[in-house]
Design a protein around this ligand. Structure first.
Ligand SMILES: CC(C)(COP(=O)(O)OP(=O)(O)OC[C@H]1O[C@@H](n2cnc3c(N)ncnc32)[C@H](O)[C@@H]1OP(=O)(O)O)[C@@H](O)C(=O)NCCC(=O)NCCS
Length: 130
């Protein structure tokens, strides 16, 4: 799994227990999955379809640095299935795992659009091929 994005836990990210608010973390994961899928599928109209069970294993406190990991489980016809783990950057303690996140590429009418992708691609390779 690649951990691309780091976040710094700030006062506005906390719940009344003074630990990281779960909704904020899900927002960050969803955005990370959307960006990753849009880049992989080369379709800016890619949306979240499904998220499996979410397991908050531990939390984070103000000042902690966390990192968000994404891995491709499979490429479908119009979909891409990802898994995610978020962990504390310094201790590597796991904060959350989500085993299945399905993102779907859409056409101009909002219907699933086949993306034709079968493997992870890197932007630098696409540019080199031009
Ligand atoms: C995304 C959307 C167009 C899919 O419509 P749909 O009628 O389910 O389309 P399909 O049945 O053709 O499925 C499309 C793909 O999603 C997958 N999928 C559909 N329902 C799924 C589910 N419950 N779990 C996992 N994958 C699912 C299908 O397997 C299919 O994958 P494939 O193309 O790789 O084979 C529609 O559900 C939608 O617009 N949802 C709202 C999405 C959105 O706005 N998200 C933002 C958050 S609100």
């Amino acid at each position: 799994m690649n951990f691309h994005t780091r976040k710094w836990i700030k006062p506005q990210d906390l719940n009344p227990n003074q630990t990281l608010f779960g909704g904020r973390l899900l927002e960050w994961i969803d955005e990370e999955c959307a960006l990753y899928s849009i880049i992989q599928l080369e379709n800016p109209k890619t949306v979240t379809k499904y998220m499996s069970e979410i397991d908050f294993r531990s939390s984070a406190k103000q000042g902690d640095i966390i990192e968000i990991g994404i891995e491709v489980v499979k490429f479908g016809t119009a979909s891409i299935t990802l898994k995610s783990e978020v962990r504390n950057k310094m201790t590597r303690e796991s904060i959350i795992t989500i085993d299945k996140i399905v993102m779907v590429a859409l056409d101009e009418h909002g219907k699933p659009k086949p993306h034709g992708k079968t493997k992870v691609e890197f932007v630098k390779d696409r540019l080199a091929d031009k």
